[in-house]
Write a new protein. Structure first.
Lengths: 666, 184, 296
């Protein structure tokens, strides 16, 4: 191998950061003597003009076909130096960085002799590697245009609008019969006390009417398959049994016999969180979109009793009922996917000391919200479910199902973030509507972190909301009251609050979409939410190229933060789709067909669906749009057919041989 | 400091009652941060007197619990809490508002006794008749407990005057105080 | 310099020596003290608790009396300073003044706002000034180690912030220096003496004041100077009880501010009423006399 390459070694002083510790002249002299090194030189600042001009000059004049720049971490300037090398006519992937700053001069400030010896080894290691490098081509691949947004809550809606406005074709897929999600039933939003539906509905309408958005409701993604530059989603559309001839007159609902007083079939309304019933044919809420009714076949007499009941069909003036509807499968092909599958409320039943499920007057905040809705089942009044009378004393309990012990399967370890503000919101709404109501909030910490939140909390105290620091020991139904026993750290008293209603601030959980996430190759963090690319610096991308996450699917958050994140996800998706071409990083896996036995070990370990054995050629094929270059395939390949470019076995071993032994070189 | 039995808040509107007395206006702003109690020189010696806790008890509606507590009269009126409170609740002034309600209701004890003796002296004489106020506040038993101190004071001529010396214009003062009571 | 003089109640009763000393010092420094013989008690917080509006009216009356004479008020007690200046601040609000004046009418008085209430310490600092005061010092204190005991109320009075930092006051220490003494700083100099719970919880008051006295003593102070007769009462009259409560000997004489200034000006200690104190001031007077002899 020797004598065949012309490698240039450039050693940076880094203005003293390196040269104060490492004897760069000695390293240069050492490098000069190495095989295949055509020139070794030291420069004060490689990153400045002087360094780059020198680099380009030597490449041109000496016709270098390999470069080692001994300087700071490659994360700083590898891209820059490679670009400069390319400008000067050398393949950029023949340039390697030898990190003699962070991994040498910084780490061994007080041992200059040893540092110098180490720097020599590091440089030698990279020289050995560069001698074995081949030039690489940067390829591009077409990205399928179009975005699929999975989840029609505020996150999905907002992201869809932004992308549609940018000209992208958006397919918005929502599992329930209507878009709107949890925000639609929030009644008011903190800290502004805006009407939630009034702020949401315009966006719902905007996305519904947008020419660039195809809305699939009552539809679920069953499978996601990945091929170069494309995601193919198989979407199952459930039959509504009502066509879009529906004019929204509501006559069918009036006449449907299900859930009437004498009906043997009673169905809890999902929308009303079990506080009211619904019919078998229903519209979830008045502002639902699309405004098409849906028949629930599991609770409908037509389906259960062999066509016995057809009342809705008989009274429908638009002849929109079609019992013969069948599920349909749609195939959606997109370049990017945004997961916005939202959250659901934790069910507090396992926490037996709170008596949830044992007494009708113990409810959750989402149920309570339905009570506060002036169009809801109790017309906006906080009433005792047991008697229907207004509740005079309400006790709210925080952190139910949140902030639990790690490893406890019944609760979540995380804090659900928004429940403090939800409690404050509900409490002050009640106090404003019915000031004689006593409202107690039993809390652990009061988290009022956002803009306007602290002021909102201060106003709640002016209204007379009472705060007790301590969570209750027991919630005991007793006669006409529900007794809440709590040791209050603030008054130092063991209190007994005889409540009419107990409202539990239950945790936010991710919706059960494990199957969907698996087929998108998405990981989840320990808390069960979608794993973002990086918790701090990149919370909207995921480890999977082209798949993004927004809203509560990634973690509990309020509407403000959801919209902000949805915007960021839309932007990331737009950038990704960009020109329709994605630039492929060449430092990914590569297969030598001569060595491949099609044993399938690589396909088994690949997390990114990036390698497949071609059934015709019986050779493993890498999808370079999906491969991240992690190298797992190379580890398990028994023949060495697969390796990651520039990290082949010979290259790595040569570097290691050069680095060790760490003998002191004179 | 927990009571042995469970306490049910008996007067949920007590905080409003205190807020309507001069000094108690800002009670609803308290975030229970405990700066007040941490600044209090009395609490250091008497843990039963925790300003923050008293404010919490008022806000929760534990009216009888507060008004029947002797410890609320241990406040030395140093106003360190008022100076340091980050929310300008003026906790020391809240304590005074609570005292006002207790006095209004005719609560008894060494604290109310002293305040009443002081106020009566102002009405009677226009100024403080030290000897009389001290006697009425301490009671005979309290004076006896002072031991030889009154003698030591007398020896030095430091005893407060035994004779009353009302202001000449004391009637004017009484007229004004009456006028105020009328409008209350 | 003319001021309406408001000594308060205790300075005319058990702490009479404060009134004596103040008049002596004022005369020497050229501060004319105009009496308000009919001014009522400031309320001291007790009247405020019992009858908030009544207390405000009575203090408005005092302010009106000073205003009738065209004068600002000079106090010599921390508590009087606090409650009078609080009333003054409240009455700067026109609607409060209107409400109170309706009642004052019945006594034929009106208060128009604007009267200032200043403590002697403030007057020495702002009106007399250290230079002029220094010129009156005929008997410098000879580096006498003096600890200041400010007392809470003077530090809490509104308007106090204008002349003093309530968390780290320095005015008495500077005064001591001007008078030729050696100011000793110590932990309890801004502590509370406990006067206002003296009758209700004497046990607390004596322990609170003991902490201040012991702190001053261990920092090397030979005498305390305080601008408040209420603090003086606890620190002097109850010092023996305080010593017993903490099991330590104290023996720290306590001077009123006026007395300290009086001594430095060269006024005869007897005319400053120092022999009335329960903790003897004799050792201090002796030290000062010895200084004189040495000088002479």
């Amino acid at each position: 191998m020797t004598g065949q390459r012309k490698i240039g070694v450039f050693i940076c002083h880094c203005g003293g950061n390196i040269s104060d510790v490492v004897d760069v002249k000695a390293v240069r002299e050492f490098a000069e003597k190495e095989d295949d090194v055509a020139i070794a030189t030291d420069v004060r600042f490689m990153c400045a003009n002087e360094g780059q001009e020198r680099l380009q000059k030597e490449i041109r004049e000496k016709g270098l076909d390999g470069v080692v720049v001994a300087c700071c971490t490659p994360k700083m300037y590898e891209d820059l130096f490679r670009a400069k090398a390319a400008e000067a006519g050398m393949n950029p992937y023949l340039l390697e960085i030898a990190n003699i700053r962070e991994q040498c001069s910084y780490a061994h400030r007080h041992e200059p002799d040893k540092a110098t010896a180490k720097a020599k080894r590091i440089v030698k290691g990279q020289v050995e590697k560069v001698r074995r490098l081949k030039p690489l081509e940067v390829k591009t691949a077409a990205i399928q245009p179009g975005v699929a947004v999975i989840g029609g809550g505020i996150a999905g809606i907002h992201a869809s609008i932004l992308l549609a406005n940018l000209g992208h074709k958006v397919t918005l897929i929502e599992k329930s019969p209507t878009i709107g999600g949890n925000m639609a039933r929030s009644v008011k939003t903190f800290p502004t006390d805006d009407c939630a539906m009034c702020t949401l509905s315009p966006k719902m309408n905007e996305v519904y009417n947008h020419p660039n958005v195809e809305l699939l409701t009552y539809a679920e993604v069953k499978e996601a398959k990945r091929s170069p530059g494309k995601w193919t989603l198989t979407v199952e559309k459930k039959p509504r049994y009502v066509t879009d001839a529906c004019i929204g007159c509501d006559r069918c609902t009036e006449r449907c016999p299900v859930s009437t007083a004498k009906s043997p079939i009673q169905v809890d309304s999902e929308w009303d969180q079990g506080l009211a019933k619904r019919k078998a044919i229903y519209l979830p809420f008045p502002q639902a979109l699309p405004q098409i009714w849906t028949i629930d076949p599991d609770h409908c007499f037509y389906f259960l009793k062999n066509g016995a009941c057809r009342v809705c069909s008989m009274v429908c003036p638009a002849k929109a009922i079609d019992f013969a509807m069948k599920p349909e499968t749609a195939t959606v092909e997109v370049g990017a996917v945004i997961v916005a599958t939202g959250y659901r409320e934790y069910d507090p039943t396992p926490l037996a000391h709170y008596a949830y499920g044992r007494h009708p007057d113990v409810v959750t905040q989402m149920q309570f919200a339905r009570m506060l809705d002036p169009m809801g089942p109790t017309k906006g009044e906080a009433v005792r479910r047991s008697t229907g009378k207004p509740a005079d004393t309400i006790a709210m309990v925080q952190c139910v199902g949140s902030r639990g012990a790690p490893g406890d399967p019944n609760v979540h370890e995380y804090c659900s973030r928004v429940c403090c503000m939800v409690a404050v919101k509900h409490a002050q709404l009640i106090k404003k509507a019915r000031p004689e109501t006593e409202v107690y909030i039993l809390y652990n910490d009061l988290r009022a972190y956002g803009k306007g939140f602290e002021e909102y909390y201060a106003r709640s105290m002016e209204l007379g909301v009472k705060y007790i620091r301590g969570l209750p020991g027991t919630v005991t139904p007793d006669g006409g009251k529900v007794l809440v026993d709590v040791d209050d750290m603030l008054t130092g008293r063991r209190l007994r609050i005889p409540a009419d209603l107990v409202v539990l601030s239950a945790a936010l959980e991710p919706n059960p979409v494990e199957g969907l996430l698996a087929s998108l190759h998405l990981d989840r963090t320990a808390d069960g939410f979608v794993k973002e690319y990086h918790a701090k610096i990149n919370p909207t991308e995921t480890a999977v190229k082209g798949v993004f996450v927004a809203g509560c699917a990634q973690g509990p958050k309020d509407i403000t933060d959801t919209i902000a994140q949805a915007g960021a996800a839309a932007m990331s998706a737009a950038v990704f789709l960009g020109s329709g071409q994605m630039t492929l990083n060449p430092l990914v896996a590569e297969v030598d067909p001569a060595l491949c036995r099609a044993c399938d070990r690589c396909t088994e370990v690949c997390e990114f669906d990036a390698v497949h054995v071609d059934p015709d050629s019986l050779v493993a094929v890498i999808d370079e749009t999906a491969c991240t270059g992690c190298g797992k395939c190379g580890v398990v390949c028994p023949t060495g057919a697969i390796s990651v470019r520039q990290f082949t076995k010979p290259q790595i071993l040569a570097s290691i041989d050069a680095l060790a032994p760490m003998a002191v070189v004179p | 400091m927990s009571a042995p039995t469970r306490v049910v808040p008996d007067a949920p509107a007590f905080w409003k009652e205190v807020a309507s007395v001069p000094g108690g206006e800002a009670i609803a702003a308290c975030i229970q941060c405990n700066t007040c109690t941490s600044s209090c020189p009395v609490e250091l010696l008497e843990p039963a007197f925790k300003v923050r806790q008293i404010v919490a008890r008022v806000r929760l509606g534990l009216r009888e619990d507060v008004l029947s507590d002797d410890a609320i009269w241990a406040c030395a009126r140093c106003y360190a809490c008022v100076a340091h409170c980050p929310k300008q609740v003026r906790p020391g002034d809240v304590i005074e508002a609570v005292h006002h309600i207790a006095l209004r209701e005719g609560r008894q004890g060494p604290g109310p006794r002293h305040t009443r003796a002081f106020a009566e002296s102002v009405r009677r004489d226009g100024r403080i008749h030290e000897a009389r106020v001290t006697l009425e506040s301490l009671g005979l038993a309290g004076v006896l407990r002072e031991g030889l101190l009154p003698l030591a004071m007398a020896w030095r001529g430091k005893s407060p005057a035994l004779r009353r010396r009302p202001l000449k214009s004391v009637k004017e003062i009484q007229t004004l105080l009456d006028a105020v009571e009328e409008s209350e | 310099m003319r001021y309406a003089y408001y000594p308060g109640c205790v300075a005319l009763d058990s702490c009479k020596e404060l009134d004596l000393a103040t008049r002596e010092v004022a005369r020497d420094l050229g501060i004319e003290l105009v009496d308000l013989p009919e001014a009522s008690c400031c309320g001291a917080g007790n009247l405020q608790e019992k009858n908030p509006e009544g207390a405000l009216v009575l203090n408005a009356r005092t302010l009106a009396m000073a205003q009738e004479k065209g004068l600002d008020i000079l106090t010599v007690c921390g508590t009087c300073q606090l409650f009078l200046s609080r009333a003054r601040e409240a009455l700067e609000d026109p609607s409060a003044r209107e409400r109170v004046n309706k009642v004052l009418e019945k006594a034929g008085r009106q208060y128009g706002g604007g009267v200032r209430v200043k403590h002697l310490l403030q007057v020495l600092l702002e009106d007399v000034g250290w230079k002029r005061l220094g010129a009156h010092v005929r008997r410098p204190l000879g580096d006498l180690a003096v600890g200041a005991f400010y007392g809470c109320h003077l530090l809490r009075a509104p308007g106090t912030e204008a002349f003093e930092n309530p968390e780290n006051p320095q005015s008495i220490e500077r005064l001591v220096k001007v008078l030729g003494g050696n100011p000793v700083a110590y932990g309890g100099r801004t502590a509370c003496c406990g006067f206002h719970v003296l009758t209700v919880r004497q046990d607390l008051a004596v322990r609170m004041s003991a902490a201040g006295l012991a702190g001053a003593k261990s920092a090397g102070a030979r005498v305390l100077a305080t601008p408040c007769p209420l603090c003086h009462l606890v620190l002097d009259v109850y010092q023996k009880k305080a010593a017993r409560a903490v099991g330590e000997r104290l023996d720290v004489p306590v001077l009123h501010l006026s007395q300290l200034v009086g001594l430095a000006i060269g006024i005869d200690p007897e005319r400053l009423g120092v022999e009335r104190h329960l903790v003897s001031v004799k050792p201090i007077v002796q030290t000062l006399e010895d200084e004189e002899v040495v000088k002479a």
